[in-house]
Design a protein around this ligand. Structure first.
Ligand code: TYM
Length: 332
């Protein structure tokens, strides 16, 4: 079976609808066809200032949410990044293959560093994409399901794999991005030209999967829509309506064209009411499952430890091969 790896940061109390529709839904689907490695990337989460107790809580909440969307810890490996030390180890080797200028061109780094001020931004924030490459390359992943905002990081991962192979011999699989076009970028409900984002969106623009579903429904009903009254998919001319159509289509698996026909002659209010309804239908049972995983933290921690052990089997084999190729002394 081809392999998949992906990760998500435990930097909020809740995943948001963009995370789910852009990436996590694909994580679940790929379990049927791929050998999967999915991790909560806590090493990445400390690249910005953080609170230790909150990080720990959010790591568990993230894992519980991943289980609740339907990841099967028996099928694939579900783990926490810091429990697999090979990530940090491979990252160092790859940092030494990365150009300073190359890393400086990463737009997410530039954005985040600009927001924090260069003096406050950490070196870890700068090398963040290299650690991400290590995450992927350790598992010889063929495909990486992510949203559009991760495309540049994946390009770096591909370049680093190719560069390593050229310099030291064929060792690392060159990964392909798995970005599903329709849902690759879910937009802010209050500003449908900006992506939905935990850091940049206003509360009204962001649907958190763990918030009160009534609140989510209200946000959908007050989403910014466009001039005119026709319900058609037109991302340029009608970004607000198009975003709602994509969300509706993804949650119900009904093609957008079918929805356009179904809403002929109806108004924006009807569409919003229905999107709010399908969202609540998805979120309520999801939240119940999350709570039940969080009710037994000891069991959750055990499950994650087993996941890390499985991940390590694969990660340590890749790291040994990398160490050998690079000329490090082998254990006698
Ligand atoms: P993170 O934690 O910011 O987001 C997790 C996933 O959600 C996707 N996403 C979106 N997709 C569509 N529309 C949106 N509005 C939206 N917002 C977020 C992201 O593209 C991502 O797939 N650097 C990564 C985490 C990471 C990783 C990895 C990913 C670390 N190591 C290895 C893949 C492979 C990140 O910050 O994702």
């Amino acid at each position: 079976k081809p392999r998949v790896l992906s990760g998500i940061q435990p930097t909020a109390d809740s995943f948001h609808l963009g995370n789910y529709l852009g990436a996590l839904r694909q994580w679940v689907r790929l379990q049927d066809t791929h050998e999967t490695f999915y991790c909560v990337v806590d090493l990445h989460a400390i690249t910005v200032e953080h609170d230790p107790a909150l990080l720990l809580e959010r790591t568990r909440r993230s894992a519980a949410q991943l289980l609740a969307i339907g990841l099967d810890p028996e099928e694939g490996a579900l783990f926490v990044q810091s429990q697999v030390p090979e990530h940090a180890q491979l990252s160092w080797v790859l940092e030494c293959q990365t150009g300073f200028g190359e890393a400086s061109r990463m737009t997410q780094f530039k954005d985040k560093a600009a927001r924090q001020g260069t003096d406050r931004a950490s070196v870890g924030l700068f090398t963040y994409p290299v650690l991400q490459a290590a995450d992927i390359l350790l598992y010889q992943a063929n495909a990486v399901p992510v949203g559009e905002d991760q495309r540049q990081h994946l390009e770096l991962s591909r370049n680093l794999a190719q560069r390593f192979n050229n310099r030291f011999g064929p060792t690392l699989t060159v990964p392909e991005p798995h970005i599903v076009t329709d849902t690759a970028k879910i937009y802010d409900l209050q500003d449908p030209t900006a992506k939905m984002s935990k850091s940049a969106s206003s509360a009204g623009g962001l649907i958190e999967l763990m918030e009160d579903p009534k609140r989510s429904a209200k946000k959908i009903r007050s989403a910014v829509t466009d001039a005119g009254r026709e319900i058609v998919y037109d991302p340029e001319g009608k970004p607000g309506v198009s975003n709602l159509l994509i969300i509706y289509s993804a949650l119900t698996d009904r093609p957008v064209a079918e929805l356009e026909t179904a809403y002929e002659g109806k108004g924006y209010g009807d569409l919003k009411k229905d999107v709010a309804e399908v969202l609540v239908e998805f979120v309520e049972p999801f939240q119940q499952r999350v709570r039940s995983y969080l009710d037994d933290v000891a069991e959750l921690d055990k499950l994650l430890t087993r996941g890390a052990e499985r991940a390590r089997d694969v990660a340590s084999a890749t790291l040994s091969e990398v160490y050998r190729r690079i000329g490090f002394l082998q254990p006698a």
